[in-house]
Design a protein around this ligand. Structure first.
Ligand code: COA
Length: 360
């Protein structure tokens, strides 16, 4: 997707969703878009820019939200809160990130000299946090590789079963009219423990985290509709799931990958549920090490996690991943007939975010 501008990509994905659901842009109360590095081609308030791609009325508003990796999950929580207060009924919520075209850290990275002295970890590299979690929680390189291999294998099988067909849309590059078909995916790969074992550590010389056990740098966009019951009735929508609860919690930045632990606990508590009640779990795989640490501590049932593969195989376009995994949770609940699902992810800078869904 490196040849597609992120604004073009987000506009096309958002339009596809409205087309598929029959929702007229004039019915929307707001367009909320998450982005971790909202600069350059995905800057200038990309949320508002997306409204123009929809050819909607000029009174349709748009906002950009930045909670780094949690951005597009956050906008779904924001919409749910607005609906609960009756300050709107129908929100287009999504995310965009081109990690090829807009570098992480932004074009003018400028950490605070004050914080560099008092809290340098505020700017710690994500790869180092994955190493910290691996060494502090005794998660071996081999275990990380087995986890990553499993993610690829599940994704490859899901793809061959056609499970992504309803979830992925083709993108047209406007400059060339070239279509990037939805069968193309640059992340998923046939792999083996032997080939993974040969890779050099990606972040420190004597480290245990490699390119195979990290989510790849990815370009992507995802969108979903968050609607009140009133909007569902009015627009004849077919809801997939109800948002039961949500939570976001901070953790120390040097082990940001543990963020799903407290956020999942808080979201479950707010829902009055426990891990045993969950039928589907989407745990964003920023890295194998942090995913495994969360699975261990929360005692999550492995067979319910990332059933169609996770971010190691599917990619992690930062601002777009949250809406993707919430949507995936809803879709898996529909497919498997379960009642409750959890979508959770760690967030750079040290946070975790979680959403509990119930199938409707
Ligand atoms: C880890 C990272 C630095 C690797 O970047 P990269 O070196 O450009 O990655 P590549 O895809 O070129 O892979 C490097 C090598 O590993 C190999 N490789 C990657 N995945 C593999 C797998 N599953 N099996 C076997 N080999 C694999 C590649 O083929 C490549 O080999 P080559 O050098 O012989 O071509 C980068 O993906 C990264 O920073 N990821 C983390 C992103 C992040 O922090 N996200 C936020 C999380 S909070």
């Amino acid at each position: 997707m490196k040849d597609v501008r992120p604004d073009d990509m987000a506009g096309q994905v958002a339009n596809s969703l409205l087309l598929n659901t029959g929702v007229d842009p004039s019915s929307l109360d707001d367009v909320l878009v998450g982005c971790a590095y909202p600069e350059g081609e995905q800057g200038l308030n990309i949320g508002r820019i997306v409204t123009h791609y929809l050819n909607g009325p000029s009174n349709l508003s748009g906002m950009t939200t930045n909670r780094l990796c949690g951005s597009s999950m956050q906008v779904m929580h924001t919409a749910a809160g607005m609906i609960a207060r009756e300050w709107g009924d129908l929100f287009l919520c999504g995310g965009i990130e081109s990690m090829s075209r807009i570098q992480r850290g932004g074009f003018n990275r400028s950490p605070s000299p004050t914080l560099q002295k008092s809290m340098a970890d505020a700017y710690i590299s994500m790869g180092i946090t994955a190493e910290n979690v691996a060494s502090r929680r005794n998660i071996s390189r081999r275990r990380q590789e087995e986890f990553a291999l499993n993610s690829h294998n599940k994704a490859i099988e899901a793809k061959s079963n056609g499970y992504f067909r309803d979830e992925v849309v083709s993108i047209i590059i406007p400059e060339t009219n070239e279509e990037i078909g939805h069968d193309l995916d640059g992340c998923m790969r046939e792999s083996s423990l032997e080939s993974m074992a040969r890779l050099k550590p990606a972040f420190i010389d004597d480290g245990v985290v490699t390119a195979a056990t990290s989510s790849p740098l990815t370009d992507g966009s995802s969108f979903s509709l968050v609607a009140s019951q009133r909007a569902v009735n009015e627009h004849n929508l077919t809801p997939m799931a109800r948002i039961v609860s949500a939570a976001v919690v901070g953790v120390h930045p040097d082990e940001m990958g543990l963020g799903p632990i407290p956020s999942t606990r808080l979201a479950l508590k707010r829902a009055g549920l426990s891990v045993e009640d969950l039928d589907v779990i989407e745990l964003n795989e920023a890295f194998s090490s942090q995913s495994l640490a969360c699975i261990d501590e929360l005692n999550l049932p492995v067979e319910k996690i990332n059933i169609d593969g996770g971010a190691i195989a599917l990619g992690h376009p930062l601002g777009a991943s949250g809406a993707r995994i919430v949507g995936k949770t809803a879709s898996l609940l529909q497919r498997n007939g379960g009642q409750y699902g959890l979508a959770t992810m760690c967030i750079g800078g040290g946070m975790g975010i979680a959403t509990i869904l119930e199938r409707v």
